[in-house]
Design a protein around this ligand. Structure first.
Ligand code: ZN
Length: 357
């Protein structure tokens, strides 16, 4: 088989796997998560802001010269933050930028790397006793725990510390999961194995969402902004389950929540409807949690925000009440919102809204 044919077959296999991963909201949500393949000195990686779920419908893979990118990481050169400067323009038909997590993929020597925001993993990765919890479950695998670092160069440097161990599995604190293997099939098998090992039985609220009350609150409007029901009914669980609501009140658990929903969770006070909450805050939050009733989304929020609001409910439902949870600090949140690469991703999400409108 000529080399170009086998390369295409591998890329096609990766795209098919990407679409499968992207279609499962318990594994990845919206534009989150990314996949890559290293072949002939080129790293093919998901484009920033695109959805893995769309891997078979549109061209979401971007070619990156990863050796020079690795040199930049080794030199702690800030250009490593701008992976798009390493894109191989002649082969980049879409003109899109590579994922903001390109350095993570480049650093791992394995040919195939899958990075997902698996909700079972996140539910463990936000705990201060994560290593204790995960160790027995991942026994026998070559895995490493990576303390929280902002995606981009800081996360790359944190992962680089484990290079000697050549791990196949990385649990990223307050973030998600990375698995790496030499073939697409092996990477998928490893992902399924790890997900199974980290699986938690979600708590489910005994009460149903109060859709009538929520719809009434949404219909009132809040000046220029209005609210709507979330796309997925699961989203309401965050507000229906008291233990989930208590954890949500602590703050932001992982980066994509901050990027697509803003800082932390807004919880309505007793007797407050959406307009009362917006008046109290002086702005209309992306989503509002109403204890015992459910969740409302600001009407102009893009599909990625709905995916993230559902993710929150799925993650919270898997964290036992009283578990020691670490939320992102104010400094860590500022690092995310003040970062050009994330502003680009937010802009793509807003464009998605305009396309739908
Ligand atoms: Zn990520």
């Amino acid at each position: 088989m000529p080399q170009s044919v086998s390369r295409q077959a591998e890329l096609d296999a990766l795209k098919a796997l990407s679409a499968r991963i992207g279609s499962d909201p318990l594994t990845t949500q919206g534009a989150g998560g990314n996949t890559s393949l290293k072949v002939d000195g080129t790293l093919w990686i998901k484009a920033s802001g695109t959805w893995l779920a769309h891997a078979l419908e549109r061209d979401i893979m971007v070619p990156v010269a990863f050796e020079p990118l690795l040199d930049a990481v080794a030199a702690i050169d800030p250009v490593a933050e701008r992976a798009h400067e390493f894109t191989i323009a002649a082969q980049n038909a879409s003109g899109l930028r590579p994922s903001i997590e390109t350095t993570v993929h480049a650093l791992l020597p394995q040919r195939v790397v899958l990075h997902v925001h698996c909700v079972d993993t996140i539910a463990l990765a936000v705990r201060t006793d994560c290593v204790e919890q995960v160790s027995p479950r991942l026994e026998g695998l070559n895995w490493a725990y990576v303390p929280y670092a902002r995606p981009g160069l800081p996360l790359a440097l944190a992962i680089a510390e484990h290079r000697g161990q050549r791990p196949d599995v990385l649990v990223l604190a307050n973030h998600g999961l990375v698995v790496a293997a030499e073939t697409v099939d092996a990477a998928e098998a490893l992902l399924l194995d790890v997900k199974q090992r980290l699986r938690a039985e979600p708590r489910r609220p005994k009460t149903a969402a109060d859709i009538r009350w929520l719809a009434g609150s949404a219909a009132k409007g809040t000046g220029d902004v209005s609210y709507r029901l979330p796309q997925s009914e699961v989203t309401h669980d965050a507000a229906l389950d008291p233990a989930s609501l208590e954890i949500a009140a602590l703050g932001s658990l992982y980066p994509d929540h901050v990027i697509f929903l803003g800082q932390g969770s807004t919880i309505a006070g007793a007797g407050e409807d959406a307009s009362a909450v917006a008046r109290r805050l002086g702005f209309a939050p992306a989503s509002i949690l109403f204890a015992g009733k459910g969740v409302l989304m600001r009407a102009d929020m893009p599909p990625g925000a709905d995916a993230m609001a559902r993710c929150l409910a799925d993650v919270l439902a898997r964290i036992p009440a009283g578990a020691p949870v670490r939320v992102l600090t104010a400094g860590e949140i500022l690092q995310l919102t003040d970062w050009d690469a994330e502003k680009y991703r937010q802009e793509l999400a807003r464009k998605a809204v305009r396309k739908i409108a």
